[in-house]
Design a protein around this ligand. Structure first.
Ligand SMILES: Cc1cc2nc3c(=O)[nH]c(=O)nc-3n(C[C@H](O)[C@H](O)[C@H](O)COP(=O)(O)O)c2cc1C
Length: 166
């Protein structure tokens, strides 16, 4: 194993969900770095039916938190992964085709790794109102949000992160 391979493996091993985030701002370039990593995710047929949007506006972040029972961190930014069911239909996929959701996972894993590389803490959230999130983000009806990834610097005084309730 080369030193680079080892560093990549060590980063994968060290990554943990961050549920306590500090109030240190995350600059837009760093958020952009994480978002751009989505294009490196493996993707069925390379169709890219999972649009990713960055959220850095404080009001929108607060609203997203309000409609997300599973969002434990208070994030400084977020990335929302959706499924474009309109484009999926143009390829003949029904909205609930399993592959569409598998690719939400591959994008999520890639973004979590990119956040780790950028020195950020991250926490995926799937417990939220999809309809409300779509409205907060002004998404078209055919773009359905499926995962919010909270971003922020880990709170150094935070202690071990609490586990979410089952
Ligand atoms: C699809 C998916 C949904 C998740 N939803 C939530 C969530 O709503 N809230 C939360 O705090 N963590 C959520 N997580 C994070 C998991 O609880 C976490 O990854 C798991 O406990 C393992 O911890 P680790 O990532 O630190 O190794 C989710 C993870 C995945 C993959």
């Amino acid at each position: 194993m080369t030193a680079v391979d080892r560093a990549v493996y060590d980063a994968l091993r060290a990554r943990r969900v961050t549920r306590r985030m500090s109030d240190r701002a995350v600059d837009p370039e760093t958020v952009g770095l994480v978002v751009r990593a989505a294009k490196f995710a493996p993707n069925a047929g390379n169709r890219r039916l999972q649009p990713v949007v960055a959220v850095t506006n404080g009001t929108k972040l607060r609203l997203l938190r309000l409609i997300s029972p599973g969002m434990i961190p208070v994030p400084q930014a977020a990335v929302v992964i959706s499924i474009d069911v309109g484009r999926a239909a143009s390829y003949g996929f029904p909205p609930r085709a399993p592959g569409l959701y598998v690719d939400v996972g591959t994008v999520a894993a890639t973004l979590l790794t990119a956040a780790q590389a950028a020195g950020l803490g991250a926490c995926p959230v799937t417990s939220f109102s999809r309809a409300a999130a779509g409205r907060i983000l002004n998404l078209p009806e055919t773009v359905q949000p499926h995962m919010i990834i909270c971003l922020g610097y880990p709170d150094p005084t935070g202690g071990p992160p609490p586990m979410p309730k089952p």
